[in-house]
Design a protein around this ligand. Structure first.
Ligand code: GDP
Length: 466
């Protein structure tokens, strides 16, 4: 029959089971029919005049042939499925043609066949919850609650898990640029943030080497795995930034690097093989501000302004342990004022939804008020109050890197990794890369217009096509 070979996934080839009383009401033909697969409840039920009772009979029969919750037992690789309802309509290619004929009591019922059905019935006894096939979603199965076992579902609440499984398999990538003059503790902080040693082979140039040093770009990539989740972290270091006597244009290599990654991505996206595009776009730039000056230096302002429309800038005050609590607050306020005054667009945290949890709203506000983050880095474990912690030991005490009372390190790490990594990536794709792409397309169109204008022997104005 056609409906047996149809690719409807929810269909089951389970045989229906009936009580003795129900069996006695069915003809032999009808009993054979009960072995056919059911149609899904999603298929349009077509009722025939006079068939209503018979369909209802089969609803009951159907209930006894499925899992105790009324749903079919889960197939391996699929979540628990909704209960199928038999649909009978003559003329429809997907349902049995023969209507069920109600037999009178006087009609003969062969004992042999009844026994056979009785044995089906015992074989298909409802499964106990323990023996029910396990859902592949395990503890993530949104249908596993006792309450849900009683309801009918289509099953699409597993969609987020399907996406999650796919992305987890692929792994995650994140590219972070660190900018700021050398000696501000950039490498130390990065190692502390990701509990790794990214700068094993670093050679620090001496003062003479630094006089005419140009800004270089160093890429460090490391694969980190935590609880089965893989992250390919790339850190773009900028040795020499702010080191030479003439600092003019020392942000140019940073700007060029970001543009180059956009260009590569644009080419890959426009190419033939778009399946395995590697995203090397810079998702965030941690900009280190010296704790010693009076707020931002001219180089900081110029650099941030050159980059702010290309990358998400997160400003941090380095070596916060060299400032008192009051000095940290004053410095933060001054830097925030300067950021506003010079029209620098730093990364804006997304607004919290009004129906969001109160705790989350408070956390969000704390994050916004903490900008620029005052951070401390250390790659050594020290003893503090009987505990081993990452910190810095001074004659007057221990500064703990992860202690919120000592620095904003935890706030920064949580923001960067736990709460806003995806938003930083989204902002990169949706805002910064889109700006680049729009600019690129408009330039290309303009060039094409010029070329075709020149071909036609007439010159177009420079803005002819935009
Ligand atoms: P980078 O050149 O910016 O990468 O700076 P480094 O990470 O190499 O650090 C330069 C020096 O500053 C080293 O001696 C570090 O031990 C020290 N340092 C790093 N982080 C901190 C910090 O948070 N506070 C203090 N006081 N010193 C730090």
């Amino acid at each position: 029959m056609q409906h047996m070979s149809s690719p409807v996934r929810f269909r089951s080839t389970k045989k229906a089971t009936f009580s003795e009383k129900e069996l006695s009401n069915l003809s032999i033909e009808d009993q054979e029919d009960t072995q056919f697969p059911y149609a899904m409840r999603d298929l349009p039920p077509v009722s025939q005049p006079g068939e209503q009772n018979q369909t209802e009979d089969h609803h009951e029969a159907d209930g006894s042939g499925t899992a105790p919750n009324g749903r079919l037992p889960s197939l391996p690789g699929t979540p628990s499925l909704p209960r199928p309802i038999p649909v009978y309509a003559s003329g429809s290619p997907t349902v049995p043609q023969r209507p069920i004929r109600v037999r009178t009591d006087a009609e003969f019922q062969p004992l042999q066949l009844r026994r056979q059905f009785a044995s089906y019935s015992s074989m298909e006894r409802p499964l106990s919850p323990a023996s029910r096939p396990h859902s592949p979603w395990g503890r993530f199965d949104p249908y596993e609650s006792a309450e849900d076992q009683e309801k009918e579902y289509v099953g699409f609440a597993t969609l987020p898990h399907q996406v999650q499984r796919k992305t987890v398999k692929k792994g995650f990538t994140f590219t972070l640029m660190v900018a700021g003059e050398s000696g501000l503790g950039k490498s130390t902080l990065i190692n502390s943030l990701f509990l790794t040693d990214l700068y094993k082979d670093r050679k620090v140039p001496n003062a003479e080497e630094r006089i005419n040093q140009t800004v270089g770009i160093l890429t460090h990539t490391v694969s980190i795995e935590e609880k089965g989740i893989k992250l390919r972290l790339t850190v773009i270091d900028t040795p020499g930034f702010g080191d030479s006597i003439n600092e003019t244009g020392s942000w140019k290599p940073l700007e060029d690097y970001i543009d180059k990654q956009f260009e590569q991505y644009f080419r890959d996206e426009s190419g033939l093989n778009r399946r395995n595009i590697q995203d090397n776009r810079v998702h965030c730039c941690l900009y280190f501000i010296s704790p010693y000056g009076h707020g931002l230096r001219p180089l900081d302002v110029a650099c941030m302004k050159a980059l702010h429309n290309k990358v998400n800038i997160v400003p941090v005050v380095a070596k916060a342990d060299s400032l008192t609590e009051a000095e940290v607050q004053r410095k933060k306020m001054k830097i925030r004022e300067q950021i506003e005054q010079f029209g620098i667009n730093i990364y804006q945290f997304p607004e919290c939804d009004s129906d969001e949890d109160e705790d989350l709203k408070k956390q969000d506000q704390l994050l916004k008020d903490s900008i620029p983050f005052a951070v401390i880095g250390s790659n050594v474990q020290v003893e503090s109050d009987g505990h081993k912690v990452r910190g810095r030991v001074y004659p007057w005490g221990v500064v703990e890197v992860e202690n919120p009372a000592h620095s904003d390190f935890l706030l920064l790490r949580n923001m960067l990794v736990k709460t806003h990594m995806q938003d930083l990536k989204d902002q990169t794709g949706e805002t910064h890369y889109e700006n680049y792409r729009a600019q690129c397309i408009s330039n290309m169109t303009r060039m094409e217009c010029h070329a075709s204008g020149a071909q036609r022997g007439r010159l177009l104005p420079a803005t002819g096509c935009s």
